[in-house]
Design a protein around this ligand. Sequence first.
Ligand SMILES: Nc1ncnc2c1ncn2[C@@H]1O[C@H](COP(=O)(O)OP(=O)(O)OP(=O)(O)O)[C@@H](O)[C@H]1O
Length: 272
Amino acid sequence: MGFALEGVGLTHANGSVALAGISLAARQGECIALIGPSGAGKTSLLSVLATAWTPDQGSAQLLGTELRGLSAPALRALRARIGTVHQAPPLPGRQRVVTSVLAGRLGQWPAWKALASLAYPMDIPGARAALAQVDLDDKLFARCDQLSGGQLQRAGIARVLYQQAALVLADEPVSALDPTLAQATVRLLIDDAAQRGATLVASLHAVDLALNCFARIVGIKGGRIAFDLPTDQVRQEHLQALYASEGQTPPTLQPGPAAPAPATPAPLTLCR
Ligand SMILES: Nc1ncnc2c1ncn2[C@@H]1O[C@H](COP(=O)(O)OP(=O)(O)OP(=O)(O)O)[C@@H](O)[C@H]1O
């Protein structure tokens, strides 16, 4: 089991309802794209899956573990199996890129190794290999505050690749990359998940990128699931309705209207 959310609600301290009774499940090894207008609840949903926010309604089961009533050690162990790619990765500016990448496995290492790795990187070849996948191995020993926004985003992706999490959550993971690199990087995340049998959930601003790369699309609007469909069943009407409140056409990576759903899933989609 990848995850199962049942009637999950989340209301922020200021009364803002971010999630209103979301039920959503994924098999282990499935890859899902979340799309929807700004403020729809995509980040909130990913934050619940990341165990960063606790729902105030409903139940959540992640990687076969029920969240409610979980002890602190069990929660730590669960978190070590969940990897998050942030839109703006929270990598300390003064830290070396190598250390930031290796931090992906801090939760899996014994305390002595995690502490030692902060002082002296414990697996330089591993970090280099992860960075090479995002074409950033030349920045291995650079400081994070010497990276551009796009390079920082790729370093965050290298960190999650290095972590080898069973559940990978990506919140606008390629927003700072150009269209070609964005597509290649999303496919890298999908290929990595497919090879390892990991579950991947990615929120994407660009609807065409979601349709081109993922086999399952979940549209979120107003904290609810507007649709949850195989990509080949997503119609232009679904997309227009999803983004109607913004008075816009669905946002795309490439100029022009969002391509209608392909008749068959994109050939490079490897996830089930
Ligand atoms: N920390 C917070 N405190 C209060 N309200 C919040 C907080 N974070 C999000 N919200 C509210 O929760 C709702 C869902 O926000 P969320 O960030 O999940 O949307 P989103 O779909 O990720 O949007 P975007 O695409 O703009 O990032 C919005 O109405 C937002 O204003």
